[in-house]
Write a protein that binds this ligand. Sequence first.
Ligand SMILES: [Mg+2]
Length: 352
Amino acid sequence: MRLADFSAILLDIDGTLCAHHRALPGAADVVRYAQSLGKTVALVTNNSASTVQEQVERMHRVGIDVPADRIYTSGRAMADWIRARFTKPQVFNYAGYALEEELGDAASFITTLDEPVDVVCVGTHLRENDVAFDYHRAIAALYHLRQGAELLIGSADRMYMFDGLPEFGSGAWGALFAFAADVPRSKLHYAGKPAPEFFLHLCERLNVKPSDCLLVGDNLESDVAGGLSVGMTTALVLTGVATRAVLESVKVRPHVVFKDLNEMLKTMVSEEESTIVKPTLRNALEYVFTIFVGACAGSGVGIVVVILLHTWWGMEISVWTGYLVGAVMGALLAAFFPKAVRDFLHWLMPLW
Ligand SMILES: [Mg+2]
């Protein structure tokens, strides 16, 4: 199986491409390689709290450039679910501001107990989310559910990892409301992965057939099971939720398993394909910039070494010599090991 065999490569974001604000090994290379082959590359996430534009900017910061129409969030899927069933519905939003941005004027957002509500939406609650842990708002949502409103949940995720700590997934919040309001199965709905509708809506937007897609994710329940349910080929990476031990204890079987995206790229690119990756102007500019960064860092180290040699042993070496030797050595190191410099910059970027 090769990446070239698919029309579209769909990649999960958290745990697959990145962890918090850091790209995972091979993430940017896989995306660039698939794009260089002319494949449709789309990113998927069960994070309903962030807008698509926020995800575009987040991805850009870790070195992955994908346009907004190639990112599908569970927040966008919730909006698609509502649009497909209602005309100008009354919505109670307990899923974050991203949903209001997605739906815009297509819905009326109710915030009080006085007006009827068609759908109560419950989604991911990031720590910085504007409605996170608002107890009064939760009570109002519960009230509307008991009045007969439908319950639309961002996804069935129990939890997800964020900055090294577990966070409540949309499914956990949804279960809380479903239990408290005793919501019947007919009024309980999931918009994100692994709902087949999530993947079918995405394929419709991308104009590709599910059978022509490779879905890459770190979660057996949401990514792999969801992709399999609509006939996609699935690849599991062990950089997020799933572990080899879990893999052996569940029935869900991805088509292939990789340690990380680096291993996937090496395995799914044949020898002759690796030679057809044409150097792009962007890649060339990045390479030159990497060498420049290496030269700057090297010159700084060279000057410090000259000062230390002078201070400790009284050696008389010109600062310019240290500067030039350091710059040349830094540039050479960056030229031969550009990935190490890029990884360092990506690690450094969130600190700026
Ligand atoms: Mg994930």
